[in-house]
Design a protein around this ligand. Structure first.
Ligand code: GLC
Length: 435
């Protein structure tokens, strides 16, 4: 009998999903996906849900203390008549982005996909009746661009989600919630997302911070992450918790700041050795905001992308689709213009790593083997000192037309001289370094 219990215990230890104290070893498929992710460098984030109809961003439900049973009536009027996954994906692909991260269920709690586990979803709970996630995922697969799923850990609608520091005014009646029920619900949905939509590049979690005033709160992440990796070993797990990555995560996410910077007050965490990604908005809001037409210029957007690459990070640039199902025209124009630039300069971005010269006020460097790309974003001088130590420069030229450039050795590196002060969006010089 004792033996039997021992055997059962042992079996439970080895067969059960990852436990908190166990070490996560990424699978070979996962490691490959990580390096592809790093190579891809550029993705587009899409925040879309019922909140698009309120047109004041994705936080309106909690910001305005909207009662969940009133809010849910939005679903009855959700009919984005112009939604066409093919045109979204084409417009995004034209920008040079290699993946799309889509909000499958944001904090408002409405599922943008067909789920068995709640009628509050786009297929069963709205007149639109079409599985938006499915149409988008299928189209991404068809057009050869990866699909990532954003998934909110917190929920302002459900009664079983234990109250965190947001969503307290949405009329839910049970502050304690019912964690086992909610946890099961999330895992059921994640199982659907990783079973019914083909290959998923990443699950992008958000909302962990909602419980940061409850230090004892246990999200049971290791088991959830193990579930994801069991269903799709190559699927990358990321969590926008603004902390150093937790066990079981495959990428490190930054919000509204480049790694190592903290202008938005959401960063400051150490930079890990995992692939990095930073997300930013194209205007000032994630979800559609009718009064915010203040889109960043194409030049600014390109600078974000280049600076991210110079810090060895991907850029995930957000667009909030309109309630009618279209991407805002300005956003589509920005995508097209970024794409024009990427057609010419993509080689200095895709597949690169942060260069051996750290970011400087003039710009950043990216590198592919012994090819060093010097991105002069805001040069103040025609002569640029590059601290590359004793490394020899075999060749130096302007990337775009191969015009040779002068390089002179000096103490600690070389000085690159340009014929005149560049006015380009990004003047790229390529230096071929000796091995
Ligand atoms: C924040 C916001 C959320 C948004 C996310 C994107 O966590 O709460 O609305 O989806 O940032 O990075």
């Amino acid at each position: 009998m004792k033996n039997l219990i021992l055997t059962a215990l042992l079996a439970a230890t080895f067969l059960s999903p990852l436990r908190a104290q166990e070490h996560y070893t990424p699978s070979p498929e996962n490691l490959k996906a990580r390096s592809e992710f790093r190579d891809n460098k550029f993705g587009i984030f899409l925040h879309w849900g019922l909140y698009a109809m309120l047109a004041t961003g994705e936080w309106t439900m909690t910001n305005k203390n909207l009662a969940w049973d009133e809010y849910e009536k939005l679903a009855g009027g959700f009919y984005p008549s112009k939604f066409d996954a093919a045109s979204w994906v084409s417009a995004i692909k034209a920008s040079g982005a290699k993946y799309i991260c889509f909000t499958t269920r944001h904090h408002e709690g409405f599922s943008m996909f067909k789920t068995k586990y709640s009628p509050y979803n786009v297929v069963d709970g709205s007149p639109f009746g079409r599985d938006i996630v499915k149409e988008l995922a299928d189209e991404c697969h068809r057009q050869g661009i990866k699909i990532h799923f954003y998934y909110s850990h917190l929920d302002w609608y459900r009664n079983d989600y234990p109250w965190g520091r947001t969503g307290r005014g949405t009329g839910r009646t049970n502050p304690k919630g019912d964690w086992p029920s909610y946890y099961q619900f999330m895992n059921n949905q994640l199982t659907e997302l990783l079973t019914n939509y083909g290959e998923v590049g990443a699950i992008w979690f958000d909302g962990w911070w909602d419980q940061d005033e409850n230090p004892d709160f246990d999200w049971q992440l290791p088991e959830q992450y193990a579930l994801i990796h069991r269903l799709q070993p190559a699927c990358l797990v990321g969590n926008n918790h603004h902390q150093v990555p937790f066990e079981g995560e495959d990428i490190q996410i930054f919000e509204r700041d480049l790694p190592g910077e903290n202008t938005a007050g959401l960063s400051g965490q150490d930079i890990s050795s995992l692939p990095l990604e930073t997300c930013e908005t194209m205007n000032g809001m994630w979800g559609y905001k009718i009064t915010d037409q203040d889109y960043k210029s194409t030049k600014t957007l390109i600078h974000y992308l280049v600076k991210a690459a110079g810090k060895d990070a991907n850029l995930l640039m957000n667009i909030g689709p309109q309630p009618d199902g279209e991407l805002p025209a300005v956003a589509v124009q920005r995508l097209a213009e970024m794409g024009e630039w990427m057609k010419v300069y993509g080689e200095t971005i895709y597949g690169t790593r942060g260069g051996c010269v750290a970011p400087h006020p003039w710009g950043v460097t990216t590198q592919k083997g012994n090819r060093l790309f010097v991105h002069l974003l805001t040069p103040q001088d025609k002569a640029i000192f590059l601290p590359i130590g004793d490394r020899k420069v075999k060749k130096a030229f302007r990337f775009v037309d191969k015009t040779p450039l002068k390089v002179q050795r000096c103490e600690g590196g070389v000085v690159l001289s340009l014929p005149e002060l560049p006015t380009d969006v990004d003047y790229v010089a390529e230096l071929v370094l000796a091995e």
